[in-house]
Design a protein around this ligand. Structure first.
Ligand SMILES: Nc1ncnc2c1ncn2[C@@H]1O[C@H](COP(=O)(O)OP(=O)(O)OP(=O)(O)O)[C@@H](O)[C@H]1O
Length: 233
């Protein structure tokens, strides 16, 4: 492994159990601190690729290594260093209150109760969710759920953030805030988004997928030809 490579995926592909191709064979290397965006039309395989790169889904072919580790061999080590924001926050929010949601990973990491309370209150303030800490997550609005899900990941500062559509379903102010957080995040960020202007400003590299579920470009600038080939124009 080259020293600053944090994710290395070689000849990976994924096919769902019902036979649907998630994405076709591809190889990706992501460096420490990089901001990598995955863009493409609906159904082009972005979410599936994100799940496989994070180690949450095992590729059908090929291998993924995160910090040089096969996620299957050392799940704990990978989990501690990775945060995943699901496109649909309902998949992620399973605790009975927002407070429990925020304290879940920190308590698993063995933080003291005092540190947990301090950090929960800090992140809740930052994400404007202090007033809803006692509410059950399923009673929240879509945007509130997104903020809670994101806060519950950022609270433990994972070395790699995997974010599936972090800008979807939030108001303009929250969107700007998330943008600033990701821009200044002291770690690696891999995300999917349909907000191409934000993507171009934020990402060091953009992986573009086609409806054939193949990577058609890796670029830092989207042009008309790429957008056409990706069925985005
Ligand atoms: N659980 C599943 N079982 C079977 N097929 C699936 C499943 N999840 C996704 N797919 C299929 O895999 C392909 C890629 O889907 P994926 O969700 O990765 O696309 P996407 O680019 O993230 O789309 P969107 O922009 O709509 O979020 C699609 O053809 C989709 O229908």
């Amino acid at each position: 492994m080259v020293d600053d490579i944090v994710i290395e995926a070689e000849n990976i592909s994924y096919t769902y159990p019902d036979g649907t191709l998630g994405f076709d064979e591809l190889s990706v290397r992501i460096r420490k601190g990089e901001r990598v965006a995955i863009v493409g039309a609906n159904g082009s395989g972005k979410s599936t690729l994100l799940l496989v790169l994070s180690g949450l889904l095992k590729p059908t072919t090929g291998k993924v290594r995160i910090f040089g580790i096969d996620p299957e061999e050392n799940v704990e080590e990978v989990r501690r260093n990775v945060g995943f924001l699901f496109q649909d926050p309902d998949i992620f929010l399973f605790n009975s209150t927002v407070f429990d949601e925020l304290r879940y990973v920190p308590s698993q990491l063995g933080w003291s109760e005092e540190k947990i309370r301090r950090e929960v209150s800090k992140i809740a303030e930052e994400f404007k969710i202090s007033g809803i800490l006692k509410k059950p997550p399923f009673r929240l609005s879509g945007g509130e759920k997104k903020r809670v899900a994101l806060a519950s990941i950022l609270i433990y500062s994972p070395k790699i953030l995997f974010l599936d559509e972090p800008f979807a379903n939030v108001d303009a102010k929250t969107k700007r805030k998330i943008f600033e957080i990701l821009k200044n995040y002291d770690g690696t960020v891999v995300f999917t988004s349909h907000e191409l202007e934000l993507v171009e400003t934020l990402a060091d590299r953009i992986i573009v997928m086609s409806l054939e579920k193949k990577v058609i470009a890796e670029t830092n600038e989207l042009n008309e030809e790429i957008l056409r080939r990706a069925d985005l124009l």
